[in-house]
Design a protein around this ligand. Structure first.
Ligand SMILES: [Zn+2]
Length: 70
């Protein structure tokens, strides 16, 4: 599903796109908005779709760090 940010000139198709992820939820709109595809999503769409490589980074480390805080 394509989505874009109110404030940017590009749209995204990848959920794991770092640029798309940086978009705040309230600025996020569905669709392409008649914009260009984001460069990362373009590459990801081509490369990753082929290999089926998906990586999700979990925030385990952040949790641990918080715990140790005093
Ligand atoms: Zn993107």
């Amino acid at each position: 599903m394509a989505y874009h940010s109110k404030r940017s000139k590009v749209y995204h198709t990848q959920n794991n796109c770092p640029v798309g992820k940086a978009v705040k939820k309230r600025n996020r709109l569905p669709g392409t908005g008649g914009k260009k595809m984001c460069n990362f999503c373009k590459m990801a769409g081509k490369g990753m779709a082929k290999k089926g490589k998906k990586r999700t980074v979990r925030k385990k480390m952040a949790k641990k760090a918080k715990r140790r805080r005093r």
